[in-house]
Design a protein. Structure first.
Length: 114
């Protein structure tokens, strides 16, 4: 059995996951069963390029919305909600309260993503 140590705990976006899978595939030549299935899933979704991800991460962070953390922004950029209702559903799993005005600001930024 392989023993692992937790080095760091941070949210991993689909963009970052896609990049990591590419690195693993390049290093090992091919992906294992689970990694391959994960790659199939990630490839079936709209995933932002690293450049776009970084740009929009900065834009959403610069909104300075109280209590909105990086882990929330990662999920927003993974799912790209196009309405305030979609955003509300996405964030309801987190213990966070955001005003309607801030929901609108977030959705306005997400709508600019092509």
């Amino acid at each position: 059995m392989v023993e692992s140590n937790l080095i760091d705990k941070k949210s991993l976006s689909l963009t970052e996951l896609k990049e990591e899978l590419k690195k693993i595939q390049k290093r090992d030549g091919e992906l294992g069963f689970r990694s391959g299935k994960t790659q199939e899933y990630v490839n079936s979704l709209k995933v932002l390029s690293k450049k776009d991800y970084d740009e929009y991460m900065t834009k959403l962070t610069d909104l300075n919305i109280p209590r909105l953390k990086d882990e929330h922004i990662v999920k927003i950029l993974d799912f790209l909600p196009k309405s305030e209702a979609e955003l509300e559903v996405l964030l309801q799993g987190y213990p966070i309260t955001i005003s309607k005005e801030n929901y609108k600001k977030i959705v306005d930024v997400v709508k600019t993503i092509s």
